[in-house]
Design a protein around this ligand. Structure first.
Ligand code: ZN
Length: 562
């Protein structure tokens, strides 16, 4: 481990298939010949080193592409990576199969525990060489979606905006500006409707055909394996979504009604949902550099290790938060395991979202950093429903410090943050339920898919009114959600994590220090256990347990005086 690594020092070698195949063959040979525990561990360590190198390289390649989707050399590097990774997966799965053999398992399990074996079993069940070409094609299609959205060049108010920067105007205090911004934003989707429909249709049929080749009835079974879900299934998720309808949709409806009252409207339309005060949302009191500097003070005050960690992220240039033309949308955290450092990426747009995304991604990065010495690469990150607990909880742990960023608007910010968390749960459930419908009917037409989405809106977002914004009024809202194209079945994980993060929020309202200590301890565990075990160990109730949602909603209701 090189603890002084700057971002500019990160330059992992680009692997070739032949070179990697030779290294994997050597590892398999060492394992086959191993007679003692020591020999097995030596082969295991060699494998770990190789996979860290490959992951560092693929993370950097994907990051560079996201930083500039129009850069020809980054794009070519991504294409090379997209074509190579599925072939390397075959080699990876070969080693995992070997490690599952009884003669190796016992010795390796003493080092890494049982959970890694469960994860590897998922990986084995999610791959066969027969789908290598399909995986390559899937990567090409998802890259095209990312590029298409990043190419938006929207004329608005005498400026050229992209899909990130126009969001500032969709939250404008002036209702007419919000409405006009939504019209312009959705006109981009209207112009690209046929390509968006084709891309998704191709992705759904491709994923269905991969599932069939692997012996699944449809993509749901394969999708759950790809998400490495080992301790819950689609029946658990279905019951959980029903709980959201029963317990969260009513309070969400009340939040919308109150918003309309506060804004002086008879009815809140779609373009009103992003604001909660006629004077507009809380806005951070400074720009990019100012926010990063205030965050440094805030993290140092919260916890010494957190302050040092954030300082390291700044000093080593492990952040890219500014918006630029042709930069991919969204925010994420990635990592370079050979160098033992995380990296965060986002697109500041001059709204409160800048604070949210910075803190959220720092939560991910802090967890990755805290668990960087776990025994196996698979534990550096937990599965995503657990990983999102770290990011979303960090948003609540920073609440007492929001005066630094929002001044007198901090209290309004906190209220809005909590209300948004509740409004998000039904939306997230809708995105998840929609995908379950889509993958059950892979040959549906674009019009049928839009009708499925409208069914979801009726069930989970019954207050939604699009008025004359034609594209979402026709059922097309889901096409703006990157995860639906790029990370199938991921979205429910945000809602599961949110339910856990809200429990950390409730605890932090009581004994802040104890709640933060539990949080840091959970971060340290990384991904060494599955979701329900991690939540239990942190003193949290799994959202799948009866009553868990009710509990959280009751706390929030009190805080929002609803
Ligand atoms: Zn996240």
């Amino acid at each position: 481990m090189n603890n002084g690594t700057l971002f500019s020092d990160i330059s992992p070698q680009t692997p070739t298939y032949e070179g990697a195949a030779q290294q994997y063959a050597e590892i398999r040979r060492l394992l086959d010949a191993a007679q003692t525990k020591e020999q097995r561990l030596r082969a295991f360590a060699q494998w770990e080193q190789l996979r860290r190198q490959i992951e560092s390289w693929s993370s950097l390649t994907m990051l560079r592409f996201s930083q500039d989707t129009q850069n020809a050399s980054y794009s070519a590097a991504r294409q090379y990576c997209d074509a190579l990774l599925p072939r390397l997966t075959e080699l990876e799965v070969g080693v995992k199969r070997t490690l599952l053999a009884p003669q190796h398992r016992e010795d390796i399990e003493q080092i890494v525990g049982r959970h890694a074996f469960d994860l590897w079993r998922c990986d084995i069940a999610a791959f066969d060489p027969a789908i290598t070409g399909d995986l390559q094609r899937e990567a090409t299609l998802t890259a095209r979606y990312t590029e298409l959205l990043a190419s938006a060049d929207l004329p608005f108010d005498g400026q050229r905006l992209n899909l990130q920067t126009i969001k500032r105007f969709t939250q404008d205090p002036d209702r007419a500006v919000r409405h006009a911004a939504e019209q312009v934003r959705w006109s981009f989707f209207g112009e690209h409707k046929s390509e968006l429909d084709d891309l998704y249709g191709d992705l759904v049929r491709l994923r269905h055909s991969m599932a069939r080749k692997l012996g699944y009835g449809d993509y749901i079974g394969l999708g759950y394996r790809r998400m490495r879900r080992v301790d819950y299934d689609d029946a658990d998720v279905e019951r959980y979504r029903d709980e959201i309808v029963r317990t969260v949709v009513p309070i969400a409806q009340e939040i919308i009604t109150r918003k309309a009252d506060k804004l002086g409207l008879k009815e809140a339309m779609y373009w009103d949902e992003s604001v909660s005060d006629p004077r507009g949302n809380a806005i951070p009191l400074g720009d990019h550099d100012w926010i990063l500097a205030r965050a440094q003070e805030m993290f140092a005050d919260m916890d010494a290790s957190l302050g040092q960690f954030y300082r390291m992220m700044l000093d080593r240039h492990l952040m890219d938060m500014r918006n630029r033309p042709s930069k991919a949308g969204g925010g994420f955290c990635t990592s370079f395991p050979s160098y033992a450092v995380p990296y965060i990426f986002a697109n500041f747009n001059g709204t409160k979202d800048d604070v949210d995304v910075l803190i959220h991604e720092i939560g991910h990065a802090f967890q990755n950093w805290q668990s960087r010495d776990r025994a196996v690469t698979d534990y550096f990150w937990p599965t995503s429903e657990s990983a999102e607990i770290h990011s979303m909880s960090m948003e609540y742990f920073t609440w007492p410090y929001m005066e630094r960023l929002f001044g007198p608007q901090a209290a309004a910010y906190r209220k809005e943050h909590l209300a948004e968390a509740l409004l998000f749960l039904p939306y997230g459930a809708a995105v998840d339920h929609f995908q379950h419908l889509v993958y059950a009917q892979p040959d549906a037409t674009p019009a049928q898919r839009n009708a499925m989405w409208q069914q979801m809106e009726a069930r989970y977002l019954p207050w939604r009114r699009y008025g004359d914004i034609a594209y979402p009024a026709g059922g097309g809202l889901w096409q703006a959600k990157q995860h639906i194209y790029v990370s199938p079945l991921y979205y429910v994980d945000y809602t599961l994590a949110s339910c856990c993060a809200l429990q950390f929020w409730a605890k932090s309202q009581g004994d802040y220090g104890a709640a933060l200590a539990d949080y840091v301890a959970l971060c340290r565990r990384g991904g060494e256990a599955p979701f329900r075990e991690l939540t239990r160990s942190a003193g949290l109730q799994s959202p799948f347990e009866p009553g868990a949602m009710e509990h959280v909603v009751a706390h929030a209701r009190e805080a929002l005086a609803l």
